[in-house]
Design a protein. Structure first.
Length: 121
């Protein structure tokens, strides 16, 4: 992991993000540019247009600093804590109900797959 590989990887990631931001603005679609950038990066890596070694080192650095990258979101939560606390019941209800719905759907889907395969093996 040398400085050149970090700079090249960062340039590639930022270039893909810039391209996805321009593409979303030009196409006038409501799609998160960061998500489009991840899809583009996946396709570029999958089809070996860019080698993994070019973005691997910067990706490891960014993943190791991920907690720091989420700090602004945590600060925003603290700034709007009064609004969030006034709406706590809907938030908690949504999380609890959502978890149960996901659990039930996953269980039913797993049961369907097992029954189609002919039972447990």
């Amino acid at each position: 992991m040398n400085p050149n590989s970090l700079l090249i990887g960062l340039a590639i990631l930022l270039g893909i993000l810039w391209f996805s931001t321009v593409a979303v603005a030009w196409l006038q679609i409501s799609f998160p540019p960061a998500l489009l950038g991840m899809l583009i990066l996946f396709l570029l890596l999958y089809f070996k247009i860019i080698p993994l070694s070019l973005v691997e080192s910067i990706s490891e650095v960014l993943i190791s600093k991920m907690g720091l990258l989420f700090l602004p979101a945590g600060v925003s939560i603290m700034l709007y804590l009064d609004i969030l606390s006034s709406q706590m019941l809907p938030f908690v209800a949504t999380v609890v109900i959502g978890n149960f719905v996901i659990l039930i759907i996953t269980a039913k889907f797993t049961d369907l797959l097992i029954s189609q395969k002919g039972g447990k093996e």
